[in-house]
Design a protein around this ligand. Structure first.
Ligand SMILES: Nc1nc2c(c(=O)[nH]1)N[C@H]1C(S)=C(S)[C@@H](COP(=O)(O)O)O[C@H]1N2
Ligand SMILES: [Mo]
Length: 252
């Protein structure tokens, strides 16, 4: 039962978001049409929240279901000197920054991340471009880091700042606190039992399993707790949301 409801919601979400707009550029370019789509997206988001329990889990699969190859999409190798330097040294000098509206900002090495309690999950990744892959992810629950940092009560979103860029604009994404504290939301450092490859987001990438592929930020440099998304990029909360009107809440 629950699965059917979830699928229907996914279709509604995609229809109200990026794919529909991609097919309707002319209509969407008028201001009022954009406002209507935005309204529909907000409604879909609220509807999803109404019918899906706060901590509903995304489906998990068995080892036999793992895709032989987990393809890479978007940037596959950040074109950034700071990243290249970190990579050349096996990320020994990498520090994940946890900043913004937190009581105790954190700066955590990859070695430290690998000693923290980890969660492993086999899940399906769905990209809006029309492909899916099942992979086994291991990483640190984001909730653990956020609790260690002490998220301030004014915070409403968690923003992910990435090393890679498109035409000079660094990739960024954001999620709300419900997804940030969801048990399957992890900062993955391994894929299919191997150290996370560069093509899939080394050294750390987000897995937020109830949303589409573009929300799964790779090459994470910093995590920032914020009260509003207004000052992040153009204000819609993510790179593709800002440049292509993709839905901010990409529920599946
Ligand atoms: N930093 C960063 N994160 C990113 C992207 C990107 O280009 N840069 N692409 C997104 C898209 S559209 C998808 S489908 C997935 C692809 O993840 P993969 O390369 O592991 O398949 O990462 C998402 N996160
Ligand atoms: Mo994607």
């Amino acid at each position: 039962m629950g699965e059917i409801v979830t699928r229907r919601t996914a279709i509604a979400t995609i229809g109200g978001g990026g794919l529909l707009l991609a097919g309707c550029d002319r209509i969407a370019s008028t201001k009022s049409a954009k406002a209507t789509f935005k309204g529909a997206e907000d409604l879909t988001y609220r509807f999803n929240r109404l019918i899906t329990p706060r901590n509903a889990l995304a489906p998990e699969f068995s080892g036999a279901d793992i895709s032989p190859i987990f393809r890479s999409n978007g940037n596959a190798s950040p074109n950034n000197p700071a990243y290249a330097q970190l990579l050349a040294n096996g990320f020994a000098d990498y520090r994940l920054q946890v900043i913004g509206l937190v009581g105790r900002p954190l700066s955590i090495s990859l070695d430290k991340m690998r000693t923290l309690p980890a969660r492993t999950q086999i899940t399906r990744h769905d990209c809006v471009e029309g492909w899916s892959a099942i992979g086994r992810w291991t990483g640190v629950p984001l909730a653990l880091l956020l609790n260690a940092a002490g998220v301030a009560s004014a915070a409403r979103y968690i923003v992910f700042h990435c090393f890679d860029d498109f035409g000079g604009t660094a990739y960024y994404e954001s999620i709300d606190l419900i997804d940030a504290f969801h048990p399957q939301t992890i900062l993955a450092w391994a894929l299919n039992g191997q150290i996370l490859p560069v093509a899939n987001g080394a050294p750390l990438r987000l897995r937020v399993e109830r949303q589409l592929g573009y929300k799964q930020a790779k090459y994470i440099r910093a995590i920032e707790a914020v009260a509003s998304l207004d000052a992040i990029g153009a204000g819609k909360g993510g790179y593709w949301e800002d440049v292509s009107d993709y839905a901010w809440y990409a529920g599946i």
